[in-house]
Design a protein around this ligand. Structure first.
Ligand code: TYD
Length: 214
């Protein structure tokens, strides 16, 4: 299987501001004439959204949480992501497997080896083509989280939890330098969007075989 679309994931601790920039990347793709869909995890399918409700509300054992995350992810990949990529549509996902390493792994202490086993069982070698990691000082993210009116289960975690999650994300970026790009999320929105355009440009050129409109 050699999918024709590209798979881009957005990651970062809660409050890092990734959601603001998803539409920007989708807009860049549309402008270049590339079809794309935006989706999210946990969720993205009918069953996945039902699992999201449970995952974001109910307290549960961390292994149970990881199993449900990967169950939702397997459904997401099989039902939505792979069919889109195979038809030439690009897929942007607000979080993917790296989030399980960062949150259930580094944040809550589940061994990464367990997550690797789950990942290879449910996804095989399937990986994003590009992962944009929104990174910013944890205390700024904390202030942004404090402004959320109805925080979910994860958003209610303490500051040291998010420091561990951030360290987990940075380790993933170091382990997979080919697909990760670190974005300094403390920059202005304009500066971040200019950086995103620069990152996306070579992908567009490689796919369209031409210099895309800048
Ligand atoms: P998030 O993506 O931040 O959505 P919103 O912007 O609507 O709050 O919420 C999803 C939460 O789920 C986030 O706190 C991280 C957590 N999560 C995990 O713990 N593990 C995972 O594998 C995924 C995909 C998400």
């Amino acid at each position: 299987m050699n999918p024709k679309g590209r798979f881009i994931t957005f990651e970062g601790i809660d409050g890092a501001g990734k959601s603001t920039h998803i539409n920007c990347v989708a807009g860049l793709l549309n402008k270049a004439g590339i079809r794309c869909i935006v989706t999210r995890e946990p969720g993205g399918t009918q069953l996945g959204e039902m699992l999201r409700e449970l995952l974001l509300r109910e307290d549960m054992d961390v292994a149970t949480e990881a199993l449900l995350m990967f169950a939702a992810r397997r459904e997401h990949v099989v039902q939505k992501i792979l069919p889109a990529l195979e038809s030439g549509t690009w897929v942007i996902s607000d979080r993917f497997a790296d989030a399980s390493y960062a949150y259930q792994g580094s944040g809550k202490g589940l061994a990464w080896e367990k997550l690797e086993a789950l990942e290879s069982w449910t996804l095989g070698t399937f990986q994003p083509d590009l992962t944009l990691l929104f990174d910013l000082p944890a205390e700024i993210a904390e202030k942004r989280r404090a402004a959320v009116r109805a925080p979910d289960k994860f958003e209610q975690e303490k500051a040291d939890f998010f420091l561990r999650v951030q360290a987990g994300y940075r380790k993933r970026a170091t382990d997979y330098p080919r697909r990760f790009r670190l974005i300094d999320s403390s920059q202005s929105v304009e500066a971040i969007q200019a950086e995103l355009a620069q990152i996306i440009q070579p992908m567009l050129e490689s796919v369209l075989g031409i210099k895309a409109d800048r």
